[in-house]
Design a protein around this ligand. Structure first.
Ligand code: SAM
Length: 214
């Protein structure tokens, strides 16, 4: 994602009621951050937040947390929400690097993890930085509920093939997989498009998706 410096983004993030400023303090008590006790689903690498914000609107019975490491990107999601009249009580954002995720969530605290169009990090030596890598799967293992699932989608075939191999080598279970999500009636049911998904499917790229569990 191209990054533009957004003047004042740190201040906007610090003042936003959508952003949890000190997420480590909420470890093991995330439901108390929301107005309701409900399953918690997170998106890691939420970008400008179209997916997670839409999900929060469609599913008020779920608590959503979007994670983005760049303030200049996260601020776009906040600005879009601020321009709307209504407040979404089931949505929070964290400005942090996902490598620290186990310091923020307790074992079993998360019901579902969404990885959407994760950065590919094409060089082999950067494979550990890919969000569907086995190194990240080990972190997700520590925070997911025993029945929890991970949903990953991308148009990048190389990244997807890598991710599928990592599922096997980390001993996770492949529940569902498609190499053309938008033509798959079952997996596409209820699909909410992300910013990247809109952009790349408009170019004719097929979208690949898996759902895994332990
Ligand atoms: N999910 C969005 C979509 O599908 O439109 C954005 C996709 S964009 C290619 C990937 C986003 O993930 C970027 O905004 C990037 O900053 C964020 N990201 C990548 N690695 C991350 C990490 N380790 N922790 C938090 N965010 C990360």
């Amino acid at each position: 994602m191209r990054l533009r410096n957004v003047p004042g983004s740190e201040d906007i993030i610090a003042a936003s009621r959508y952003v949890v400023q000190d997420p480590q303090k909420e470890k093991a008590q995330w439901n108390a951050v929301f107005e309701q006790e409900a399953p918690i689903q997170i998106e890691i690498g939420m970008g400008k937040g179209k997916f997670i914000t839409t999900m929060a609107k469609i599913h008020p019975e779920i608590n959503y947390i979007g994670i983005e490491r760049y303030s200049s990107v996260l601020v776009r999601a906040i600005q879009k929400l601020t321009a709307e009249d209504s407040f979404l009580p089931n949505l929070k954002f964290l400005c942090m690097d996902a490598t620290e995720i186990t310091e923020v969530f307790a074992p079993g605290e998360i019901d579902r993890i969404y990885l959407n169009f994760s950065d590919p990090w094409p060089k082999d030596r950067h494979a550990k930085r890919r969000l569907p890598s086995k190194e990240f799967l080990a972190r997700y293992d520590l925070i997911l509920d025993t029945e929890g699932t991970i949903e990953f989608k991308t148009d990048n075939r190389e990244l997807f093939d890598f991710a599928v191999e990592e599922v096997t080598s980390a001993n996770w279970k492949m529940n569902q997989i498609t190499y053309d999500l938008h033509l798959d009636d079952i997996m596409n049911k209820g699909n909410v498009m992300t910013e990247y998904e809109e952009k790349f499917s408009a170019k004719g790229n097929p979208i690949h998706k898996y759902i895994i569990s332990r």
